[in-house]
Design a protein around this ligand. Structure first.
Ligand SMILES: [Zn+2]
Length: 98
């Protein structure tokens, strides 16, 4: 599936509301992306990636599974399992762009 920003945003908003998530990072302009160590082809540059955090690990895990079922690619950002990065493309051919 090829995602538009609108479809991606709708899906992100649905999961955010259902599992009480908080968006901490969405679109980035290139200079900020560089300053936070983002991949040069990061999907944050195209508004097709978000970072979210949750108050507890159960909600984070449920949101993780929800987004995977929608066909998005998801990764826990930190070891505490409270934050996830969600993007449209599977980055298996290169490093994930967090
Ligand atoms: Zn990210």
């Amino acid at each position: 599936m090829s995602w538009t920003v609108g479809q991606f945003a709708e899906t992100i908003a649905t999961g955010r509301a259902r599992y009480a998530g908080n968006i901490s990072n969405w679109g980035r302009e290139p200079e900020h992306n560089r300053s936070v160590g983002g991949h040069r082809d990061s999907q944050h540059l195209m508004d097709l990636a978000v970072d979210m955090w949750f108050h507890n690990s159960l909600n984070a895990a449920l949101a993780f599974d929800f987004y995977k079922r929608q066909g998005l690619w998801v990764k826990f950002i930190r070891d505490d399992k409270l934050s996830i990065h969600v993007q449209v493309l599977d980055p298996s051919t290169r490093d994930p762009d967090l």
